[in-house]
Design a protein around this ligand. Structure first.
Ligand code: AMP
Length: 220
């Protein structure tokens, strides 16, 4: 499976598979909920989600990967189980760190206005994405295509720039002009980039329909 964003990553894999057969791709679904998926020849081989949607990247309101001893630490601080879960699942993530909003647009505005917590929220978000890309790069034995999708992935040139700036060790070179001007689907890497960087608007409905069709074809 492709994790809880399977319909989205599955759609991305379908787009890439229509162009090529053998490839190593990493799909970054960055929306209110975020996940990174490693794709080998159209098949998911790893994802940042775990048993639930709570692991991996920080999300709009949810903390993502967390030190398991944190729960006990917070209980000893006098918080109830409900308060802790509420903090982890509703008041955490981009909202908790920035203290501004769970919406990245407002966080970017606040960061531009000099808000340090908003800047930190962006940094933490980006560093999580980069950690998964680095791990999956090694898992896949290299990388042909890096894809950004969903609300933030499709619309935040800043997040794409911040992520790609940390991937120079992988041979990623962004064309900043293409990154800024892209609307909808686009290749935003420079010609000399060893990895093709793409923005692909996701289509989860089509992703679900294709998976259902595949399932029915294989099980009739
Ligand atoms: P989604 O869950 O895919 O609808 O994505 C929602 C996220 O996308 C929110 O954090 C929005 O702030 C973010 N988003 C949408 N448009 C933009 C934009 N133009 N710039 C930055 N973030 C955006």
């Amino acid at each position: 499976g492709m994790g809880y964003h399977g319909a989205s990553h599955g759609y991305i894999a379908d787009v890439l598979s229509a162009e090529r057969t053998h490839y190593r791709a990493i799909s970054c679904h960055l929306g209110g909920s975020g996940s990174v998926c490693a794709i080998l020849d159209g098949r998911s081989v790893d994802t940042s989600f775990g048993m639930s949607l709570e692991t991996g990247l920080i999300h709009a309101n949810r903390v993502g990967d967390m030190d398991p001893t944190m729960f006990n630490f917070l209980m000893k601080q006098g918080l109830s189980e409900d308060e802790i879960m509420d903090g982890l699942l509703k008041k955490g993530g981009l909202l908790g760190i920035s203290g501004v909003s769970n919406d990245l647009r407002y966080i970017e505005e606040a960061a531009d206005a000099g808000n340090e917590r908003a800047r930190l929220a962006l940094e933490v978000f980006v560093s999580g994405i980069v950690h998964y890309i680095g791990a999956f790069f090694v898992d896949l034995g290299g990388l042909d295509v890096l894809v950004f999708t969903a609300g933030i992935g499709e619309h935040s040139a800043r997040v794409r720039r911040m992520v790609c700036a940390k991937l120079s060790a992988l041979g990623v070179v962004l064309d900043e002009e293409k990154n800024q001007s892209c609307r909808g689907a686009a290749v935003i890497s420079a010609p000399e980039s060893r990895v093709e960087v793409r923005v692909i608007p996701t289509d989860e409905e089509l992703g679900i329909a294709s998976r259902a069709y595949e399932y029915l074809s294989e099980n009739q």
